[in-house]
Ligand binder design. Sequence first.
Ligand code: ADE
Length: 225
Amino acid sequence: MRIDILTIFPAMFDGPFSHSIIKRAREKQLVDIYIHDIRDFTVDKHRRVDDYPFGGGAGMVMMVEPIERCINELKSERPYDEIIYLSPDGDLMDQPMANHYSTKDNIMLLCGHYKGVDERVREHLITRELSIGDYVLSGGELAAAVFSDTVIRLIPGVLGDETSALSDSFQDHLVSPPVYTRPADYKGWKVPDILLSGHDRKISEWRHEQSVLRTKARRPDMLGE
Ligand code: ADE
């Protein structure tokens, strides 16, 4: 998979893609991530990417031209499965959506700032708008990082143990069961006996039961209740 991210703050991506699972996925070339600075596609000497909104009002608007130049250059090099604009009024991201995008070849992510992008970008250049939650971020960069992380970890071969993505919370409409590691007794805080029993089938049953109980208690909405 290839992910191209269009941003006016490229340095915001130094951290999220340089550690842990995503770092390893890039090293194994299971994903290639390219960060494009929209400023490199400006036409004026001030490298201007935003301007005042027509009709007045507070805040700046990201201009259509640099964004279109960047998108067109990338599109001329390969076909894109989706060109996504991250925005709080987009479709709400969820786990089935992450599964869907994990099978794609080329995804472009556009990060907005200030008051957002000129509406003509959304009308003519974007194929989908996504939100990562009902709250407003300062820009699309953190949302693009969240989107990329959730999708990349699902690409086959990214997680060492192939089954571990399948046991994630949400994958089977249940949250994850509790997990424990050594010591079995920490200052009197004990690990449930069943997990020390060595009885695999009973442990599986217990974990499933715990998932159901937790989902009922914490996220009844996931069970349609
Ligand atoms: N940009 C600002 N807030 C956002 C959100 N919640 N999701 C996606 N992009 C955003």
